[in-house]
Design a protein around this ligand. Structure first.
Ligand code: SF4
Length: 132
């Protein structure tokens, strides 16, 4: 049997239970058990938005107009955008997210879909080594 420590003697004199290491070790799991339901009740992070629910980018959107976006590359005004070259379309632009799709996200227009056969003045040809 262990001899009483100074802590035990002081606790006995004051009438309060001693805060010993053994008592502390017993209380820690109980405290954790009390916090468990609270931790499970924490709100979870929202799921990322589903791109298939995004609206098509409107050509009249001020940001789209600023870069001359058109849904159909045949309507590019070559006098206004002389850097346009035949064969340049959104689906071979580095900013087009999924080239295999008719409509996809573009880095320039978050949460909007642009047409694969579209074009804008921010066009950058996709590198053949760029992952899709
Ligand atoms: Fe299309 Fe590229 Fe312009 Fe986006 S940046 S609208 S993908 S041409």
């Amino acid at each position: 049997m262990a001899l009483p420590t100074q802590t035990h003697l002081e606790a006995a004199r004051s009438g309060t239970p001693a805060c010993t290491r053994r008592r502390f070790i017993r209380l820690v799991p109980m405290g954790a058990a009390l916090w468990l339901p609270v931790a499970h009740g924490k709100p979870k992070l929202a799921a990322p938005p589903d791109p298939s629910t995004f609206a098509h980018l409107n050509e009249r959107d001020p940001h789209a107009k600023a870069v001359g976006y058109v849904e159909d590359v045949a309507r590019v005004d070559r006098r206004v955008y002389p850097k346009f070259t035949a064969g340049s379309t959104c689906d071979n632009c580095a900013l087009y997210r999924v080239p295999a799709q008719a409509w996809s996200e573009c880095t320039l227009f978050p949460r909007k879909l642009v047409a694969a056969k579209g074009w804008c003045d921010a066009y950058v040809r996709r590198s053949p080594s760029q992952p899709t």
